[in-house]
Design a protein around this ligand. Structure first.
Ligand SMILES: [Zn+2]
Length: 342
């Protein structure tokens, strides 16, 4: 299943007020032809845009959503709607003028099914200048009931002329309690604010992460984290191989390291007991030893360090990431007490 569709049926209550607002605007004839949704990856931009597109195309619009039953809705759900076009930037590739021309030609044709046509562009920051200009022309002379929805993380890389033609909305993450309640519906009890912070603006990424942990998708990496920490403490020469492992998928792997400290924290607070559903339960005997070598203060300090490094690492080169992770590992090592070198 393409990544974009994983969350097709997952509710995103934090976006509902905005979706309702868009429908109201449509009914009142205040709906813009060009829309731009910005927000972190995992906030639900794509899901919202598809929902809106389906609504615009539905031939039997309901009070607060598409009908999900009409011919148009059925074609849309089957990814087979002729009046809906999706353009997605390929990884590290730009969206060129030829791709945009193909789309704008389609927008200029009469709709095949109902009255409306929708074009959705994912990764709009990848538009080349020429492509953005071609798009601009369409926005200046919108043809009938055609709608353009652009998605990107931030608006900074879009041309000001294009921006000025779009109605921009930045999508925000829910507050902690809404997020906790939402996750609870899927059977996840997240009490750790650190984990919420990690995914602060990406609820769908957090859900994905929790599901992966539940399905043991990360078990190999978690084992490697235990082995890596073991080497770090007892065979210091291996510091670099552990750092390299973490850097491979630094955001995900640092989070797994964060979870490791969190389980040590739980052990310390709960009289050396750990829930069998704890993420590092499989390594309990080792954790019981480690928790005696770290104070609560050290655990908190290191957890904060990992969170801090996460934001520092974003956008850095691989080499810089490795240096930062090395420094972090040295800090972790230094917080452990009375390690006997074998
Ligand atoms: Zn419908």
């Amino acid at each position: 299943m393409p990544e974009s569709n994983i969350f097709e049926n997952v509710s995103t209550p934090w976006l509902t007020p905005f979706y309702t607002h868009l429908q109201d605007a449509y009914h009142q004839g205040r709906f813009a032809h060009g829309l731009l949704f910005t927000g972190s990856s995992g906030i639900g931009k794509y899901k919202l845009a598809r929902q809106l597109a389906q609504y615009l195309l539905c031939s039997n619009k309901q009070h607060n959503d598409a009908c999900f039953e009409c011919h148009s809705c059925q074609l849309f759900s089957a990814n087979n709607h002729l009046d809906f076009n999706l353009l997605e930037a390929e990884k590290n590739k730009s969206i060129g003028i030829d791709q945009i021309r193909l789309l704008t030609d389609k927008l200029n044709e009469r709709p095949q099914l109902g009255n409306n046509k929708v074009v959705l562009i994912k990764g709009a920051d990848q538009l080349t200048e020429a492509a953005a200009n071609a798009l601009l022309k369409t926005l200046e002379e919108p043809q009938g009931d055609s709608y353009l929805i652009l998605l990107t993380r931030t608006h900074h890389q879009l041309m000001p002329t294009l921006l000025s033609r779009l109605q921009q909305t930045h999508l925000h993450s829910p507050d902690d309690q809404t997020l906790i309640d939402w996750l609870y519906q899927f059977g996840f009890q997240v009490s750790d604010v650190g984990v919420l912070r990690w995914f602060q603006n990406s609820p769908l990424a957090l859900l994905n992460h929790l599901k992966a942990l539940q399905e043991d998708a990360s078990l190999d990496t978690r084992r490697q984290c235990i082995e890596g920490l073991f080497s770090l403490l007892y065979e210091p020469i291996n510091l670099f191989s552990f750092a390299q492992l973490l850097v491979k998928d630094v955001e995900q792997n640092l989070l797994l390291l964060f979870h490791l400290l969190h389980d040590l924290h739980k052990l310390k607070l709960n009289g050396n007991q750990l829930d069998p559903d704890a993420i590092y339960y499989f390594a309990l005997p080792q954790l019981k030893i480690w928790q005696t070598q770290l104070s609560l203060k050290s655990l908190r300090l290191l957890s904060d360090e990992i969170l801090k490094n996460r934001s520092l690492l974003m956008g850095h080169s691989a080499l810089k990431k490795e240096l930062l992770v090395n420094a972090l590992l040295i800090k972790i090592k230094n917080e452990f007490k009375e390690i006997t070198v074998c």
